[in-house]
Ligand binder design. Structure first.
Ligand code: NAP
Length: 310
């Protein structure tokens, strides 16, 4: 595989699982922008509109039943790398990704990128964070087989700060947090994560873990950025210590029975806790490795979101 170089890799083929998803769709478009061939795997029943969009952009769309190993192996034939942007719980993140890995191995694909795209789960103890445990379980499977593995770790999607993650509370102009307001936190947009995934997949010699952050800001710094982006003075809302947050997580888990959701409220709280504690903080950030990427700051994401609302 050659170093990422736009317009010079017409024969490189990437097989992409989860191409109908948010991150997967962006990865597909980024690959196509770099003139890389994309074979997008879609499961039967996946939204027709996504299929049309991918085909119109130039991807080869391959409908595949992940439970049919021969079919899946055929779909992986000729690939330089399999990228997974799947999202789910154990059945997807461990079982389906394992099926995909087996197919990649049978098809002699040299490289596999799992659907990690998160904070640094390698630093966390097992049993600490449900969704990140699934990534660790699959990591162990992946690292035990003869294929080059490369994962992208990106912190939290910056896009979540515009409303989905209850950190910047726009209606009351507060930044909600637990613990230490000076703890650095890693944020990367979904778009930058897709660009980094593509750069790492095409990299001639990527590290096992590519750690990227569009911007690293503390709660205090987020306060300034939110104030600047909105033109309104934001304050801080410290809801307690990290122990308080832990107790809240346990209580929320007890009160909301597991309905098989990928992101129940307590999962988001676990994610935030592992950022606020610094335990899953990315160390040695690799942004400079991919100088072609323009890293999008939090300020820009907030400003764009606010201008769309007005
Ligand atoms: N760091 C962060 O802050 C952050 C935030 C959100 C997500 N993420 C991570 O980013 C990655 C991609 O997430 P996303 O938001 O792009 O997810 P998404 O939009 O929900 O897309 C998920 C993709 O997985 C496919 N899929 C789900 N179950 C499947 C199954 N059983 N068999 C085959 N395909 C299946 C979906 O196919 P269909 O279209 O057929 O359903 C879709 O293509 C995940 O690892 C996710 O955890 C990270």
């Amino acid at each position: 595989m050659t170093q990422a170089a736009p317009d010079s890799l017409p024969s490189t083929l990437i097989v992409l699982a989860g191409a109908s998803g948010d991150l997967g769709g962006r990865i597909a478009h980024e690959l196509l922008k770099r003139k890389v061939r994309v074979r997008a795997l879609l499961r039967p029943g996946s939204a027709q509109a996504r299929q049309v969009t991918l085909q119109a952009a130039g991807a080869e769309v391959c409908e595949v039943d992940y439970n049919q190993p021969a079919e899946l192996t055929q779909a992986c034939q000729g690939a330089d790398c399999v990228i997974s942007a799947l999202s789910g719980l154990h059945d997807v993140m461990v079982h389906t990704q394992h099926q995909l890995l087996e197919a990649a191995l049978k098809a002699n694909v040299p490289r596999f990128m799992p659907s990690d795209f998160c904070i640094d789960y390698t630093k966390l103890e097992p049993g600490h964070n449900r969704n990140l445990d699934l990534r660790r379980e699959f990591q162990q499977i992946l690292d035990a087989v003869p294929i080059q593995a490369v994962s992208v770790l990106n912190g939290m999607f910056t896009d979540l700060l515009t409303g989905q993650a209850p950190v910047i509370l726009f209606p009351i102009q507060r930044i909600l947090y637990w613990g230490d307001a000076d703890q650095p936190l890693d944020f990367t947009t979904i778009q930058n994560t897709a660009e980094a995934a593509v750069a790492a997949a095409l990299d001639s010699n990527p590290p096992r873990f590519v750690r990227i952050a569009g911007e690293t800001l503390s709660i205090h710094q987020l306060q300034s950025v939110a104030s600047e982006a909105t033109g309104k003075a934001f304050g801080l809302l410290r809801a307690g210590s990290l122990q308080t947050l832990n107790r809240l997580i346990q209580l929320t888990q007890k009160l909301s029975p597991d309905k098989g959701e990928i992101f129940p409220p307590w999962q988001g709280m676990m994610y935030l806790r592992d950022m606020l504690s610094g335990e899953a903080k990315l160390s040695s950030i690799d942004n400079k490795r991919y100088s072609e990427i323009r890293w999008i700051p939090v300020w820009e994401v907030l400003t764009e979101s606010l201008s769309k609302q007005n």
